[in-house]
Write a protein that binds this ligand. Sequence first.
Ligand SMILES: Nc1nc2c(ncn2[C@@H]2O[C@H](COP(=O)(O)OP(=O)(O)OP(=O)(O)O)[C@@H](O)[C@H]2O)c(=O)[nH]1
Ligand SMILES: [Mg+2]
Length: 336
Amino acid sequence: MFIDEVIIHVKAGDGGNGCLAFRREKFVPRGGPSGGDGGRGGDVTLAASQHYNTLLHLRFNPEHKAQRGRHGEGSNKKGREGESLEISTPIGTVVYDIATGEKVHDFTVPGDRFIVAHGGQGGRGNARFATSTHQAPTEHEDGKPGEERRLHLELKLLADVGLVGFPNAGKSTLISRISAARPKIADYPFTTLEPNLGVASVDDERTFVVADIPGLIEGAHEGHGLGIQFLRHVERTHLLAHLVDVSETTGRDPANDFQIVMNELASFSEALAKKPMIVVATKVDAAQDPDRIATVRKIARKHKMPFFKISAVTGEGIAGLKRAMAEAVLPQEVAP
Ligand SMILES: Nc1nc2c(ncn2[C@@H]2O[C@H](COP(=O)(O)OP(=O)(O)OP(=O)(O)O)[C@@H](O)[C@H]2O)c(=O)[nH]1
Ligand SMILES: [Mg+2]
């Protein structure tokens, strides 16, 4: 299951109460005020961690509460501070406050930390209210409550390459050929209902992440088909691979398919439409009419986009395509 959204409830620790006490000492006729302050409540912090790729661990554990501060005590003893709580979240998580709709934080680098709920201040003990004219104060404060929030966490997959195209174009088949991902593949549109991630390895050390998302159809931006909601998963990729089915079985015109998908990308965001793109003619084993491939090649040339043709059945072009993806997304000096 692919999880990319979760709601959590965070509650920082309440501050401890300030204490009301007076010193009672042997041989000291009148003791002064000695109530200590309450301790501060613990914070709840979110921290970006490379050890998580999904929000799954939070889905089953949505309640997060930091420790409260201890109350102050006599003899000017300050209450102990509550322990803070740190929650790990994958890089790429964007956090929203549900009550206000406000964006709280965007985690983009490993190790980034952000306090999402501040612990309450401890209350002051009566010792702190003493003045020269007010030597036996009985004032003392309660601790402040810790912040409490409902947060909506959204994870945009940090894939390097996004596969886009019509339903049934062969996107899931391709990701299963270049990575260990094994998404459902079937000969009907909308087989993929949720994005799949696959890690493609160039060699032992160099890998890149490919995202396979549900297919787009005309009017996807108006909610047709599965809509364009999944495009946010490829918003941050470095490269889009636009798959165009050139086999005869579609009964459609590949040039038209290409344009429809381009229009839908542009309706989603200008940035997406401008992203570097490579054009991939798929299912060439089932394209009897070479013109169908040539048309797509021509479109690619017109847009100054690299062109590839592949067949998942014969394996033609797959290795070359994978290499080109790696070259486009990996730093130059390590590209193969
Ligand atoms: N002949 C042939 N068939 C292919 C090739 N690649 C994929 N197919 C078939 O095309 C059909 C659709 O493939 P998928 O990989 O599920 O397509 P998809 O783009 O992921 O489709 P959606 O998830 O519905 O958007 C399946 O029946 C595949 O077996 C190919 O290179 N040649
Ligand atoms: Mg699919």
